[in-house]
Ligand binder design. Structure first.
Ligand code: GTP
Ligand code: MG
Length: 245
């Protein structure tokens, strides 16, 4: 439950995002209407990202030499002081001007997490394989964890700091984003969405290894189910909502 925004810690992982990061952090600094701190967690970029971040007066820079998207986010979250954490990529693909939507919805719904969904984006900028993979993962996640999310792979989220401190997160790479949803669902934390638009990457290379991440994400979803309590909760949910006569 999040009834008040005291301070927002925006955590941004970067690995060689020199052509993207300045636009992203400048927009957040300008548009975010709540008290904030912006934390960039860089994985020892070699393309000038670090220098660009250092040159801004408003970003806190953390170097996390251990590789992995999840590892970088975890380090950023550990250093975050806000009662709400917003995570977003530093690659300019998410429309960060929608950041206030996430926070407004969080308060309005008293939610523990709000995700920015790219599934209603009229530009349809998501690559075909990413779109299909996301749909399949989201279907399995929603079905097994009794949720109604449309974009489980969104990396643009507002999260209650207290809630995330209460769950155990082990994944170091892209499956981190799914593990967070699995743990929140298991703990009964509330999750909801707002829509956003999405742009294809303009600069630099993707760090997403589709096959490896796909396996890790599915194994995260199914591992979460190997828990008697979760099986029981699911059974109760389906009985109540689908098998009632
Ligand atoms: N610090 C750190 N950041 C990382 C690492 N891997 C990825 N990132 C950052 O995490 C964010 C997500 O990675 P992306 O490569 O954009 O992955 P994606 O969003 O699935 O793929 P795109 O379609 O290219 O956007 C980006 O801002 C990356 O720079 C890492 O090992 N360390
Ligand atoms: Mg990205």
């Amino acid at each position: 439950m999040t009834s008040k925004v005291e301070l927002v810690s925006v955590v941004i992982p970067t690995l060689n995002e020199a052509g993207n990061i300045l636009e992203a952090v400048t927009a957040i600094e300008k548009d975010l209407a709540y008290p904030k701190e912006i934390i960039v967690v860089d994985g020892n970029s070699t393309d000038g990202t670090i220098e660009i971040v250092k040159d801004t007066s408003f970003c806190k820079l953390i170097i996390e030499p251990r590789l992995g998207y999840g590892t970088a986010l975890k380090t950023g979250m550990k250093n975050a002081k806000g009662n709400i954490i917003v995570m977003v990529d530093g690659d300019g693909t998410y429309d960060v001007k929608h950041i206030n939507r996430l926070l407004d919805r969080m308060i309005q719904k008293d939610a523990d997490m709000v995700l920015a969904t790219r599934m209603y984006d009229p530009n349809k900028a998501m690559g075909f394989m990413n779109f299909v993979g996301n749909k399949v993962i989201t279907f399995f996640f929603d079905f097994f964890y009794s949720q109604f999310l449309s974009d489980t792979q969104s990396g643009f989220r507002a999260i209650s700091h207290e809630a995330i401190n209460n769950v155990k997160l082990n994944e170091g790479d892209m499956a981190f984003a799914t593990e967070m949803l699995v743990q929140f669902a298991k703990e009964g934390y509330s999750m909801t969405e707002v829509s956003t638009t999405y742009k294809a990457r303009k600069y630099g290379k993707t760090k997403l290894k589709k096959f490896k991440s796909g396996i890790e994400i599915f194994s995260t979803i199914f591992r979460g189910l190997l828990d008697a309590d979760m099986v029981r909760k699911n059974e109760e949910y389906w009985k109540k909502n689908w098998f009632k006569r």
